[in-house]
Design a protein around this ligand. Structure first.
Ligand SMILES: Nc1ncnc2c1ncn2[C@@H]1O[C@H](COP(=O)(O)OP(=O)(O)OP(=O)(O)O)[C@@H](O)[C@H]1O
Ligand SMILES: [Mg+2]
Length: 270
């Protein structure tokens, strides 16, 4: 067989061929979609399956708590006891530079819960403006420092950042183009595959996807489409560098075990 392991599978039945065989490893891919389109679940699904196949994964959740994320994936039927999950939800973990993590732990998912960390910091400050750990403009840098440490500890082949939109709202970027360029290039230099979730605003699908759409290697779009009062989940590849991808829109289904991309709808699009 040809050397084929240089891709990350989507773990969506029927979708890898649309991606030209899978997502090229070490690509930076944006998962773009509106609220509730299963962005987080889909990314978790990739991470979970890659971890089962021997990779190590990191999930950085900026807003959703680890508890809520895990509850969601358990309700989808993921057996999280099969992987070794370490949740970092204590500000000290971050301040001490992830020192308690053991290098090279197998089947490891490191889940960094910034939602809880931020809440904890807020409680500590009690009305005073000064945080003991600043998540202002330094947030991107602290995420990248963490990613670098995790790579050095052989704990990160794939990283999910959930979400870029939350990162935007927390960091007052003076020059978003150069900050996002820095984020993407740094991740690229680390040689890891990155999935970055981006939230679509309800009014205009592509307003938030501007700078990052040019800087990312790939974009996968998730949407809810209404036809005759019935709403369908849909998925498409907007771009994927270095593959000849199919940009058609697939119906996305979750059958209680697996995600599936179905080609062609039963109802004509008129
Ligand atoms: N079997 C299921 N169990 C739980 N949730 C399901 C299931 N099937 C579909 N869902 C839907 O998944 C959605 C939540 O998934 P997820 O949190 O991954 O979405 P998201 O796009 O990340 O959402 P958000 O915009 O809130 O971040 C909900 O809208 C829920 O209704
Ligand atoms: Mg989400």
């Amino acid at each position: 067989m040809m050397a084929k392991r240089n891709v990350v599978e989507s773990y969506i039945d029927g979708f890898d061929h649309a991606l030209g065989g899978g997502i090229p490893a070490e690509n930076i891919v944006i998962i773009h979609g509106s609220a509730g389109t299963m962005k987080s679940s889909l990314c978790f699904n990739i991470l979970y399956n890659e971890i089962l196949s021997g990779k190590k994964g990191v999930y950085i959740s900026i807003e959703q708590s680890s508890l809520s994320l895990l509850r969601q994936v358990v309700s989808l039927g993921f057996d999280i006891s099969k992987i070794n999950i370490e949740v970092l939800n204590d500000a000290n973990d971050v301040i001490k530079g992830l020192s308690r993590l053991k290098s090279g732990d197998p089947n490891k998912l490191t889940l960094i819960d910034f939602g809880s960390i931020r809440k904890e910091l807020r409680k500590k400050v009690k009305g005073k403006v000064k945080n003991e750990y600043e998540f202002g403009p330094g947030m991107i840098t602290s995420i990248l420092t963490m990613a670098q440490t995790l790579v050095q500890k052989d704990l990160c082949d794939i990283i999910i950042i959930d979400s870029l939109t939350a990162l935007y709202s927390l960091t007052k970027m003076e020059d978003p183009r150069s900050d996002i360029f820095y984020l993407f290039e740094y991740l690229r230099d680390l040689g890891i595959s990155a999935f970055i979730i981006s939230e679509e605003s309800a009014d205009n699908s592509y307003t938030r996807l501007d700078i990052e759409s040019y800087l990312a290697d790939g974009i996968i779009h998730l949407q809810l489409t209404e036809r005759n009062r019935k709403v369908t989940r849909e998925i498409s590849v907007i771009k994927m560098r270095s593959t000849s991808c199919n940009n058609d829109i697939f119906t996305l289904e979750f059958d209680g075990k697996k995600f599936k991309a179905l080609y062609g709808g039963k109802i004509p699009l008129v």
